[in-house]
Design a protein around this ligand. Structure first.
Ligand SMILES: C[S@@+](CC[C@H](N)C(=O)[O-])C[C@H]1O[C@@H](n2cnc3c(N)ncnc32)[C@H](O)[C@@H]1O
Length: 268
């Protein structure tokens, strides 16, 4: 059995299916499988002490990380706000003993010196508000860990399904800004720009690459009702038109994971 099959059998099979229509009930399992695949490039070994930035409410990367560090490893997970299902999901996977959650702003990590073998930021750049915050967070990761690993979806579409994902995903930044005045789900950055962030933050890039998950991706979809709530009529109409077009493509081609870029770096 290869490592992916083992992860599915030993861990994913224990996590209950979700009931969150219109998402398919195995969306969380498929997303975790993508995180498991991309983490193969991170150089994680048994017994490592790993810091995870922006773990999110569903512990999507936390579960594969906690599995990969083994019985003697630890994953300290940091998030500003989103914890709703975190404990329940990590416990269902049987990995709670390996995880230490902390509600902290990653711009100011509460560790005075290097305390981790590795700090990771997996599909989390997109939630870091703006470029200044991105650089600050990466700087903090470099300060507290021997090495860092960053992975993020790239704005590249080679298939119609990937194009459908990007078209729907790219509506999110504008919708959240119009509704709440703050940007979330920033447009994906090209790999060169991600590398620039690491360098500005003081990192020396050791390795980088791109990877094709070959998996569906369901998380770009945003319900039409969000746009209907936008007060400014012109903006609302413009976004509704774009949403209709993106939705039609999602229905027709499905939503496929675009390529993912990854970077491994350490402090200079
Ligand atoms: C896209 S989500 C979760 C990504 C998750 N790692 C995955 O693999 O799907 C990114 C998370 O980063 C968190 N976040 C945003 N800004 C943050 C900050 N300054 N400090 C800590 N967490 C932050 C958000 O609350 C959100 O839960």
């Amino acid at each position: 059995m290869n490592s992916e099959e083992k992860f599915k059998n030993e861990i994913l099979s224990k996590i209950p299916l979700r009931n969150e229509p219109p998402l398919p009930n195995n969306w969380l399992h498929l997303e975790m499988l993508e995180r498991f695949k991309v983490l193969q490039f991170a150089g994680i070994k048994e017994g490592m002490n790993v810091l995870e930035i922006g773990c999110g409410a569903h512990a999507i990367a936390t579960v594969p990380l906690a599995y990969m560090v083994g019985e003697t490893g630890r994953v300290v997970t940091v998030d500003l706000a989103r914890w709703t299902y975190f404990e329940e999901i990590v416990k269902s996977a049987g990995l709670w003993k390996r995880v230490i959650p902390m509600k902290v702003d990653a711009q100011n990590l509460p560790f005075p010196f290097k305390s981790f073998d590795l700090a990771v930021l997996i599909h989390g750049i997109r939630s870091l508000k703006n470029e200044e915050t991105i650089v600050k967070v990466i700087g903090e990761m470099l300060r507290v860990a021997d090495e860092i690993f960053i992975a993020e979806t790239l704005p590249i579409a080679k298939t119609r399904g990937q194009e459908a994902h990007l078209e729907m995903y790219n509506l999110r930044e504008e919708i959240f800004k119009a509704l709440y005045g703050r940007k979330d789900d920033l447009h994906y950055f090209p790999l060169e720009k991600l590398m620039e962030f690491v360098e500005i933050a003081g990192g020396k890039i050791k390795e980088y690459g791109t990877f094709e998950p070959n998996l569906p991706h369901f998380l770009a979809y945003i319900p039409r009702e969000y746009i209907e709530k936008i007060r400014e009529a012109e903006k609302r109409e413009k976004l509704l038109k774009k949403w209709e077009s993106a939705y039609e493509k999602l229905q027709k081609y499905g939503e496929e994971h675009p390529p993912v870029g990854w970077i491994k770096a350490k402090g200079k």
